[in-house]
Write a protein that binds this ligand. Structure first.
Ligand code: FAD
Ligand code: UDP
Length: 366
């Protein structure tokens, strides 16, 4: 084998596929888990419902290169993600938009706020909450405080363990206040769920005569030599934490099965004001799976602790970026070892960004 790819998630599968098909070189792909597809792993349960084991995954991208690449490996439906949130007992949509405004406030008040918003901002503009808070007008200041408190404060504290002011602004900017009536969570040109699931998509990427996949195999167990190593595991773990540990958030999904057709009317319902979980996922909505039963997962966020739980979210923060940069610097001293992926790059990549990064790294080395 010429190449070793550590990790069979999207990042590892994309680079392995490109090396095998374009360079016609052999690749060994290992993963310490007992399955491929990393955090995107899904499977059909006994009721025929496609479960996303590590939380709901919705594919979305504006990038033509990524879309053209991924759709070679499976067809997607036209699912466009919407998120319902329960705010003070009122069911509404997130991101906070003009429809949310009318859901949560009396009509006359909503109308006044809408007019003031349209005087100040262009229609269709997306405004991150930390920017939205900078208002001079008394009514808009009230609205900004309302959105901060009701949508962001408690959810972010549950998710990250700190208030929105103490996480990198890019995190809350993922779900900006949206001056629009578009209720979708994403506005990307291409959106959907793979009809046969993400695991099948990754399986198709890895299904090549030049690729061998070994599961339940940690990088530490590998003794062979390779011309190139592509490492999609955690960069600090690669270096035995010699500069210190990079912090992560982990997630605990508590699954529940119900003897009824639906638990909730949407795939994801956020609870920004109540409970200790952040959101509830109901999986059968994604592929319109038919069953008398339904499966949900309540999502609880917690700190990552080595040996106790899994890494899910790198924590974007200056001091963490500084530590990551030190590891990156060290990695430059290695010969033909490349780091990529959410863990290798310590970046809060969505699937499309992880795929693009793998394609671009391949283009660099090829
Ligand atoms: P991973 O999927 O984490 O794969 C890395 C693999 O490396 C793992 O399988 C791991 O077992 C293996 N590994 C690590 N260390 C070693 C080692 N030492 N030896 C062997 N194997 C090792 N993105 C979207 O676009 N849309 C969404 O809706 C979405 N929802 C998400 C929800 C949650 C809760 C989370 C956590 C992420 C979500 N994402 C979403 C992001 C998406 O999961 C990532 O972009 C994607 O999984 C990144 O793939 P990856 O291959 O870089 O990392
Ligand atoms: N967020 C929030 N309230 C919500 C939804 C999101 O405060 O109802 C914030 C929170 O800090 C979250 C971030 O916006 O971590 C990004 O949300 P997203 O849904 O993109 O997170 P992911 O799906 O990656 O967990």
């Amino acid at each position: 084998m010429k190449n070793l790819v550590v990790g069979a998630g999207f990042s590892g599968a994309v680079i392995a596929n490109l090396i095998a098909t374009t360079l016609n070189e052999t690749v060994l792909v290992i993963d310490k888990k007992d399955h491929i597809a990393g955090n995107c792993y899904d499977y059909r349960d006994k009721n025929g419902i496609m479960i996303h084991k590590y939380g709901s995954h919705i594919f979305h991208t504006n990038n033509e290169k990524v879309w053209n690449f991924i759709k070679q490996f499976g067809d997607f439906n036209q699912y466009m993600h919407k998120v319902i949130a329960i705010i003070d007992g009122i069911e509404t949509t997130i991101p906070f938009n003009f429809n949310t405004l009318y859901d949560v406030f009396p009509q006359t008040m909503a109308k006044r706020l809408e007019e003031k918003l349209l005087e100040k901002f262009e229609y269709n503009k997306k405004v991150p909450i930390l920017e939205f808070q900078k208002q001079d007008d008394k009514d808009l200041k009230f609205l900004a405080n309302y959105v901060y408190e009701k949508v962001f404060l408690h959810y972010t504290t549950k998710q990250w363990g700190v208030s929105p002011n103490d996480v990198d602004g890019a995190v809350t900017a993922r779900v900006p206040v949206y001056l629009s009536k578009d209720d979708r969570y994403f506005q990307d040109k291409y959106q959907g769920i793979p009809l046969e699931g993400y695991t099948k998509l990754v399986e198709n990427m890895l299904n090549h005569q030049n690729i061998e996949v070994r599961l339940n195999t940690d990088y530490k167990d590998i003794t062979e030599n390779f011309d190139r190593v592509f490492y999609t595991g955690a960069i600090d773990e690669y270096f035995d934490y010699e500069l210190g540990q990079l912090p992560y958030r982990s997630v605990n999904f508590k699954f529940e099965e119900y003897d009824r057709e639906f638990y909730q009317k949407n795939s994801v319902v956020n609870y920004p004001c109540n409970y200790n979980f952040t959101r509830i996922h109901e999986y059968k909505h994604y592929l319109n799976d038919k069953s008398d039963k339904t499966v949900i997962a309540k999502e609880y966020s917690e700190f990552f602790e080595l040996g106790k739980n899994e890494r899910y979210y790198p924590i974007p923060k200056d001091e963490n970026t500084e530590l990551y940069n030190k590891y990156l610097e060290k990695s430059k001293g290695l010969n033909n070892v490349y780091f990529l992926g959410r863990l290798g790059d310590y970046k809060y990549y969505d699937m499309d960004k992880a795929i693009l990064r793998a394609i671009e790294l391949f283009e660099e080395i090829a």
